[in-house]
Design a protein around this ligand. Sequence first.
Ligand code: ATP
Length: 311
Amino acid sequence: MNQEMDREMTPSVTVRAAAKVNLHLGVGRPRPDGYHPLATVYQTLSLHDDVTVRTGPEWAVDLVCEDDIDRAAFPAGEANIVVQAGRLLVAHHGIERAAEVTVRKSIPIAGGLAGGSADAAAALVALDRLWDLQTSDEDLLAMAGALGSDVPFALVGGTALGGGRGEVVTSMQDEATRWWVVVPSFLGLSTPAVYRHFDELSPDAPEEVSVPEELVTALADPDNRALAAALGNDLQNAAIDLRPELGELIEAGERAGALRGLVSGSGPTCVFLCTDRGSADRVRLALIEGGQPRVLVALGPVTGTHVVEYS
Ligand code: ATP
């Protein structure tokens, strides 16, 4: 009890980081360094994790979540990306410190929604604020890129172009509200396995990839129909080949009235762009009636990592 009270009295910072979808995911053939060149447009969703940090005697990570998150897939200790983020930040500043990190998780693990990347970005910002390190945005972005391809975008948020292996992020104008239905799968799909299968299916993938002009034009249009027509994911066939039920799910969502269904990133989460909130609610209900246990409605874009609590 006393320990719990001590913990409550220790200063803490909580940072929120959002899940992402790829409005377009163009994938090329692997580079000499093994990474795939990507040309992607990311968008953050209102679905998010909250990461709380407190100074502690050693690095530790704790998970708080509902039963629909696969707890066993959340790595303990050093293997967790939030601890790697913390270690990178203290090494960058040449200081010796450690923290206890609590992740309040709503983003499904290994779902293609970059939940781990969001947590890493949130941990960097939370620890920087907790210890008042005044790390420059440029250095935070560089550390984020070293932690993973999707981590820099989690810092920036909104709608953004991702180049390189996804880590070179340029914000894009997107004033409209986009309504999404999100269908996570309890069983994750390994990102490397999906890329390996993509390589098998696409031996002629180009060396250089780009984002289609029609998608850039569609983002300037608040009507979600234009955006729906321009959505695309080069990993979708590979993900569906590994998990055929994803193809059936996409068809069911589109039959229920979604403008377009899409595998999110490397899957297995599928996302459905809808005309408006009413339509998203109807698609959600239809998919639940069709037997899907967990169907969420989310809107995008939302802001990148930001402090939500400070004590
Ligand atoms: P991406 O699309 O970036 O590949 P994802 O959404 O498919 O990511 P994540 O939830 O980011 O998947 O997790 C990918 C793997 O990272 C998991 O299988 C897990 O073992 C590992 N991992 C490490 N730290 C975390 C964390 N804090 N949250 C979730 N997964 C983590």
